[in-house]
Every structure is written in C-alpha cells, then in structure tokens.
Design a binder for this molecule. Structure first.
Ligand code: WT7
Length: 657
C-alpha cells in the first residue's frame, strides 16, 4: 500500500475535456449546482424525469429509522414497464435493445418490442408456476438474452431475483438458495466458455441434492431450464421444465402492475469479512432512479445513436445496474457477450467492438492489464474508431493501465471514467463526469452530483489535502442497500457501527484526498480481497480450506498480483493425524487449491497454498495477516514484536522461499 500511495502521489498527468465532446455532453455543470442547492429536490427531480411513476411520489426521503432508508416511498412503479413497455409505447419498439453475441459466433439482435413480448410471456409463465409477489427466484444462467428476460420477468410480477454467478459451485448456489428460500431456479443446460460447453444444470441438480444433515433443498418447487449448451442433462419429472416448452404455451399479453417504491427488487450475495456471504437487498424506486441517472450521465448516453457494452456478467452488481436496469431504463442499445475475451483468440472483444460499432465501453482493470501484456498489436489490428468513451470498474485502475486504455483502445481521444461503487451502493457513487471533469489517471475523482462522500480518520474527522483515511458516505442515497436479507443486525454492524455517532456509511475502502480534494482509492482495509474485480472473503476461503480433512488450520491473504490486482495466497497447517496422507507439499497444495475451487468456485482458487507448521498469532490468538502478506509478496517481514512466538515468521519465510 505504501508503494501504491507513493506512485499515485507522483501521478500528475491531466486530461481536460475535449471541446467537441463537452458541446454535446449529456451531463452539464448545472447538475452539480442543482444538487448542492437542494440535494433531495435534485433526486426527486431526477427520479421524475428519468422514470415513469404509475403513482407519483410526494415524499422523497424517509430517514427516520436509519440506516434503513425509504426513498420516494408513497410512489408506485413497475420496473419492467420502465425498462420495456414505455419505450415501445414511445415509438422505439424497433430499436435494438440487445445485440447478443454467443461465444461460438452465433448472434441475435433483440428489439425493445421483442424483448417486451418475451418478458411478458415469461411473466405469465412465472405466474403459472405459482410465483407470487415477494417470492424469491434464483437465476443461474450464462450471458444469454434469457438471463435478462428472466430478471425482468421476475421484477415485472413483483417477485425478487437472486442471480448467482454461473462460475459459483453447487455448494455456493445451495447456500444462496437456502438463505433466500428460493421457490424457483432458472438455469440452462450449459453455456459456452473457453470454447467448450460449461454445464450448469448438473450443478443445480447437485446443489438441490446436497444434504448436510437437514435433507435436500426444501424451498425449490421447479427448475426451469433454458436450452443453450445442448449438453446431456438428467431430468427430475414434475420438478424440471424446459423453458422453450413452457414459454410456447403462454400468452404475450401481460399488464404490468405497479409496486410500491420500496418493494424488494433483488438480493445479490457478496462476500464480507466473515464466512457467510451477505444477501444485499435492493428495492425498486430509488435503485432504478440512481441506476438510470448514473448510466445516462457517467456514460454520456445518447440512446438514439450509441451502442453501449458493459462486459460484466449479470452475476455481479455491475451486470444488474449497468447491463440490465440502467441501460434498459434509459432505452439504450447494448451488446451482451456470452464468453471469455480470449476465445477463440485474444482479439475477441475488439472484434465485437468493431462488429457492433460500440461507442461506450465499460470493463475492469484486470482485463485491461491482461490486454496490455498481450501487446497493442492485437487491438490495433481492429477498427475501434467507433469508441467515444471508456469506463473502468471493480478495483483501482493504476495510472499506467488507465493511460494505455485511453491511448490504445481510445485512440488517445476518449475520456476514461473510473467509477467507484459497490454491491451495497447499488450504483456509481464516485466518478468523473465526461465533458466536465479534467481527468486524472488513477483517480476516481469526485462524488457524483447528489452524492456525499468523504475521506476520514478512524475518529471520523475529515482528512486534509494529501492525506489518507477511510472512505465514507455521509448522506443516504437512492440506490443504497436496504439491508442484508434476513439479518438487519449484521447490516448495522458491518456498515454503520464504525461511525455511528456521525451516521456515516463505512465502505471498507482506504482512500486519499489529493491537493484538489479529489479521491484516490487505495483498496480494501478489511479482510476482503479483490481478485480480478471480484470480491472474495478471506474467512470464506479459510473455512473452505479447513473443511478439507487434511487441514488443521488455514490463513488466507490477498497478495498483490500484476494482472488480477490481488491473488489468493493460503498458508495451511496439515493435521498431525494426516501427515502420512500428506505426500508432498506440492500435492497438498494442488489438492487444497482444487478443493477451494470446488467448494466456492474457480474464482476463489488460491494462486498458491503454502504448507507451514505454525501461523503467526498475537498473544490473544489473532492471526497477523499483515506478516503473511509480507511473505506472500516477497517482502521483508515487518514488525513481529506483538507475536506470541517471534521466531515463527522466520520459519514460515524459510518454508515458503
Ligand atoms: C469493492 C466493491 C462496483 C462494482 C464491481 C465491484 C472495489 C470497485 C472501484 C474503483 C477502486 C473499486 C472497492 C469496493 N472497487 N470499483 N473504481 N476503484 N476500487 O463490486 O464486488 O461490491 O466490490 O470493489 O474495494 O469496495 P463489489
């Protein structure tokens, strides 16, 4: 972290807005003025102008029971109507909503009229299957149009979706199904990834059958299966249904019923500092307001001419806010792509940009750093001249990657917006506004109009220019999480306890203010890792490691990694009773790496597992991860004086090197 701060302090390149861009920019300085004049009136105005309210709201914010906010709470709206029907009614039914590109090269263009009809059918189907308002539906699908249809159909009937990333294991899927008590699972036989079909339905079968002592899954009544991979699947008659068979039998007429602004829209699980993932709850009116507002202003969306592409999977919050809800609420034309960037070869993303003439592009720093390594020849052999704005999300983007992104992908002319936000914030909070802000590579820069953030000391005092501290959000915002599913106390303890006297939301990130008071993110300050822009919990991986019979104890740290930002590095002690089964450290490492991938999902697979005899602990028994991180990053080990046994680190460092 010290190195990072030093490097960032020396970053002085500046990119003022291009005049021609500013002349046509969606965002104007008037947004900042209006928001600072009257923040709540500003949000009320944004909401009314961006959304269709079936019943207009009269109250903007109810903050009488913090930290549980209610926004626009006496209003009513239907999210799917806002994302679909109203665009068709406004005469834009023929506009393409989705350009879908399958990994093997098949493709589909779906207009707003077609997408609306599909969602209406799916809404009728869900209703026919007994799904009612407030019921939870788990979605475990590849990036295919049906994934978006499924999410919008669930929203349309007032049910609550819980999308589970297709790369998560059967165990992880089951834990999420149980926590939310999902009634229905929507999946596919499989989807294309890296040139092969990755099966999904078998993982659902396995998930539902897992028995940890209290029997197989009880809440699930049906499994609805989209045919995509054409891979063979087992079938449980009565429970399992083919999507295409069922959809063929329902009408495409469906009236969208309005729901209260605070009606739950979705749950999305994310990793925290303890073992169990948290079901972050988002509701309807405030969430959609901020998703639409940020998508329009941060990406400078001109819906009649732009082609927008966010490479995020719908399994993450970026896929919710900036693949589904923001773009579709704004009537955008967007690209969605099923597969990986390197299939069939490393230029696939650039081919897609060329093919669809993508104008607005949103991706993660880890991908950009990967492309940098492969060399500029690959993107430079494609025509990327349609691009006019680039976005970054998921982790801090180092200035070198930022400049490469702008130079090589953006032809030295596009703005690059680095957007800071979280699953819990629901939508972008800190970002430059294109056409207004002078850009600084490596900095997320300024809170958006209507958003109040600060960088503070542990005591909650605002830090001065050129000082570092903790990032906090000081005022409630429309798309803020409304809680953790089934666990209000954990919501308070995790985010609001730290600065409870001031009522600040603590984001878990370290940050620095520069001389201009602008914000530079420095990474997590808690036991949460960020690997390729995906959030992983040290505790969750440790608990997967100790669930293996070989392991007595485990400690996990996030070590910096050139491509993935951070990488998972584990230190494990093998049980005495298992020493004879533990053949060689390499074999133990391989076995445990695979075990974690199988328990949580391949994204959690440790880069390295070191077998050690001891872990560094304080006298009170707390593992000192800071010291393990020193070892994992190949640094000299820091201050060990608070260790119970100060010699431990020498032994560990020796074992590892
Ligand atoms: C954490 C949230 C936001 C959608 C994707 C990740 C890190 C996110 C940035 C950024 C520096 C960033 C933070 C944050 N993060 N964007 N632009 N600069 N850090 O969502 O899984 O909820 O993770 O990602 O550490 O707390 P998430």
């Amino acid at each position: 972290m010290v190195d990072t701060i030093d490097n960032l302090m020396h970053e002085s390149r500046r990119f003022p807005p291009d005049e021609a861009f500013s002349a046509n920019a969606v965002a104007t300085p008037a947004l900042y003025e209006a928001a600072s004049e009257d923040r709540l009136a500003f949000w009320a105005e944004q909401s009314k102008s961006l959304l269709h309210w079936s019943k207009p709201f009269t109250r903007t914010l109810d903050w009488t029971n913090p930290p549980f906010a209610k926004w626009f709470d006496d209003g009513e709206l239907n999210v799917a109507y806002n994302c679909l029907d109203r665009h068709v009614l406004a005469g834009n039914g023929d506009r393409v909503a989705l350009y879908w590109e399958g990994e093997p090269g098949d493709s589909r263009a779906v207009t707003y009229a077609e997408l609306t009809a599909e969602v209406k059918k799916a809404a009728n189907l869900l209703t026919a299957l007994g799904v009612r308002e407030g019921d939870r539906v788990a979605i475990y699908l590849p990036m295919i149009p049906e994934a978006i249809v499924a999410m919008l159909a669930v929203a349309r009937i007032g049910a609550v979706h819980s999308v589970v990333f297709g790369g998560f294991s059967a165990e992880s899927l089951r834990a999420r199904i149980d926590d939310a008590q999902a009634k229905l699972v929507i999946t596919a036989d499989g989807g294309w990834r890296k040139g092969k079909v990755a099966p999904l339905k078998p993982a659902v079968d396995e998930a539902l059958a897992i028995d940890h002592g209290d029997g197989p899954a009880k809440s699930v009544e049906h499994v609805l299966v989209v045919k995509r991979g054409e891979n063979p699947v087992d079938w449980t008659p009565g429970r399992d249904l083919w999507w295409h068979d069922e959809i063929a039998q329902v009408s495409d007429e469906h009236m969208a019923k309005p729901f209260a602004a605070e009606h739950p829209l979705f749950i999305l699980y994310t990793s925290g500092t303890t073992g169990k993932p948290k079901g972050i709850l988002h509701t309807t009116g405030g969430y959609l307001t901020q998703a639409a507002y940020t998508h329009k202003n941060v990406f400078d969306l001109h819906p009649e001419s732009d082609v927008y592409w966010s490479t995020a999977d719908i399994g993450w919050i970026t896929g919710h806010s900036y693949v589904v809800y923001g773009p579709l609420a704004n009537g955008a034309t967007e690209v969605i792509y099923e597969g990986t960037p390197e299939t069939p070869e490393p230029g696939r993303w650039w081919d897609i940009i060329e093919k669809y003439k993508v104008t607005l592009f949103y991706a993660a720093p880890t991908a950009i750093r990967g492309f940098m390594k492969q060399g500029r020849q690959i993107p430079q052999s494609r025509d990327l001249s349609s691009l006019r704005l680039l976005g970054s999300v998921g982790e801090p983007i180092n200035p070198e990657a930022w400049v490469w992104y702008r130079e090589i992908i953006g032809d030295n002319k596009t703005p690059v917006v680095d957007t800071w936000w979280q699953t819990e914030t629901g939508a972008i909070m800190v970002s430059a506004l294109p056409g207004i802000t002078t850009l600084k590579p490596g900095s997320a820069q300024v809170p958006l109009p209507g958003i109040s953030v600060d960088v503070v000391t542990d005591a909650g005092e605002s830090v001065g220019p050129d000082e570092g501290g903790l990032l906090v959000i000081t005022e409630p915002w429309p798309s803020m999480a409304r809680g953790i599913w089934g666990d209000p106390d954990r919501f308070i303890a995790t985010y609001w306890e730290m600065f409870k006297d001031r009522g600040y939301y603590f984001a878990g990130d370290g940050a620095r203010k520069d001389k201009d008071g602008e914000i530079w993110l420095l990474g997590r300050v808690d036991d949460v890792m960020n690997v390729s822009g995906h959030r992983l919990s040290t505790a969750e991986i440790e608990s997967a490691l100790v669930s293996h019979p070989l392991t007595a104890e485990a400690a996990v740290v996030g070590a910096s990694d050139d491509t993935t930002g951070q990488a998972v590095v584990a230190f494990v002690i093998v049980k005495d009773s298992q020493r004879e089964n533990a053949t060689s450290p390499d074999e133990v490492a391989l076995e445990l790496r695979n075990h974690v991938a199988q328990q949580i999902g391949p994204i959690a697979r440790p880069r390295q597992v070191f077998v050690v005899n001891e872990l560094p602990k304080t006298r009170s028994g707390k593992i000192m991860r800071r010291l393990l991180r020193d070892v994992a990053e190949g640094r000299e080990v820091g201050d060990t004086t608070t260790l119970a046994d100060t010699a431990v680190m020498q032994v560990i460092a020796k074992a590892v090197n």
